[in-house]
Design a protein. Structure first.
Length: 229
């Protein structure tokens, strides 16, 4: 594959958003990943050309972060957090179930090309452990059965929604959104922080302890379960 002229124009647009153009490299890598499904040698070359960097400099960044895939990715990225809080609350069992059901291990793609599995690090969602992500949308407090139901729904082409609301759209679409080239109208999706997320801020407020500027604790956000339609 090659990088389209449209994408090259968008790469230049991203570079133009920063006082130092090379600061745009991370979103640019997400953008080329959205076009080809991974960060290909052509994608690296396009970023390097736009920023007047060497391909070695761009590759050094692309190989550092696990969110960039250096081989064709699966249609959906499935992340299972197995860091401390999630592990304590069932993350390892969740991973075992997802991995066995998909027939793939860490950093592997299922044989049908649908699922790209990754044992992910803490997603700062420990209040809702154990956490799974699909194309970086959160699936909170998952059980193995619920996780398998999500995979089955994706495989059968059903719409799948995060427990926080947004629909799962695929790895490429998620990469484009993360690049920030446009928001696809998604900035209004998802709910406010819920009571669990705000617990420490609420406790601090109740005790008259100044907290970081996080605004008032509403506690009325969604704590949902999996929605399959
Ligand atoms: S340990 Fe899993 S989200 Fe923090």
């Amino acid at each position: 594959m090659s990088i389209s002229e449209t994408t090259r124009t968008e790469l230049a647009e991203l570079a133009g958003r920063y006082p130092e153009a090379r600061s745009a490299l991370l979103p640019m890598l997400h953008l080329v990943q959205s076009e080809e499904g991974y960060v290909s040698p052509e994608g690296i070359a396009a970023c390097a050309e736009t920023l007047s960097l060497s391909t070695a400099e761009v590759a050094a960044v692309a190989t550092f972060y696990t969110m960039y895939k250096r081989r064709p990715a699966g249609q959906h990225h499935i992340g299972v957090c197995t860091n401390t809080m999630c592990a304590l609350l069932g993350g390892d069992a969740l991973w075992d179930a997802v991995s066995a059901h998909a027939g793939a291990g860490h950093d592997e793609v299922s044989s049908n090309g649908l699922f790209d599995l990754e044992r992910i690090e803490c997603q700062a969602a420990c209040t809702h452990a154990p956490v799974m992500t699909v194309d970086w949308e959160f699936f909170d407090r998952m059980t193995p059965d619920e996780a398998i139901a999500v995979l089955d729904a994706l495989e059968s082409g059903q719409e799948v929604r995060s427990t926080r609301g947004p629909a799962v759209r695929g790895f490429r679409a998620a990469s484009r959104t993360i690049s920030g080239i446009d928001d696809d109208g998604l900035t209004a999706e998802g709910g406010a922080a819920d009571a669990l997320m705000m617990a420490t801020t609420t406790a601090a407020a109740e005790r008259g302890i100044p907290a970081a500027d996080g605004g008032p604790a509403s506690g009325d956000g969604p704590i949902g379960k999996v929605t399959l339609t």
